[in-house]
Design a protein around this ligand. Sequence first.
Ligand code: SF4
Length: 272
Amino acid sequence: MATYSHSKLSTFDQCKYKYKLRYVDFVRSELKTIEGFMGTIVHQTLEKLYRELKAGIVNSKDNLLKYYLWMWQKNWTPGIVVVKKEYNAEHYKTLGLNYLMGYYDKYSPFNQLTTVAIETNDRLGLTNNDKYYVMIDRLAVDEDKNYYVIDYKTNANPANQTTLDKDTQLAMYSLWVKDKFLDAKSIKLVWNFLATDEEKVSVRTDEELVEMKNSIENKINEIGNCIEYPATTSKLCDYCEYKSICPEWKRNEIEEVKPKYTRQKLLNAYLK
Ligand code: SF4
């Protein structure tokens, strides 16, 4: 019996070698990217907002932004990598601030829905006794018992509706909501794209959920039977924590650098 998360399954799809390093060999890497770091601090700030709201405390915008900046400073380490060389850490810090300001202005005083849970930490049982990890950013409900599985996104470009309608992460979470909250009249999947201030919603039928759960269980079987873990390079390698120990990435990098190196060698020989 094992627990699978959305991130574990998508790592398998992205690159099996990365999956092996992270989930089979348990190779630890401290490497963090600035996008991931900023996303974490923004999530923690929104978590504070809604946790305190549940206790009847409404943070002022100023207070919330101060908390964000304090968390940034407290958790910052020099090893955090800025992948896009045209930007620096300050750029990302300001982006996060802007996201929070936009969110605050749009939803204040935050009374549209009642928060039921924040950053859940539970598991959904699967047919073969494996588990699916459920971590919902925020679960909320309205007066008519419609539930909302809410996810905050800090990536620059929002996904389109077709992609969201096929997304499995929040849909799997909705199965957990269905099990736990028997009063749920409907369950909506909601993505808050903070960069563009957009809220996108997807709703699934029972048939779609059954089909999706089957496909997730099939994927888990495929992972269980996997014996070869080839590396798959893509533009996502730039954000991979195992770049420095990945032979495939090194080989690709050498292939890219080789022509320049040869030209430089020729030039040196000529100058000499
Ligand atoms: S650098 Fe790329 S190819 Fe290598 S493990 Fe990471 S994702 Fe896979």
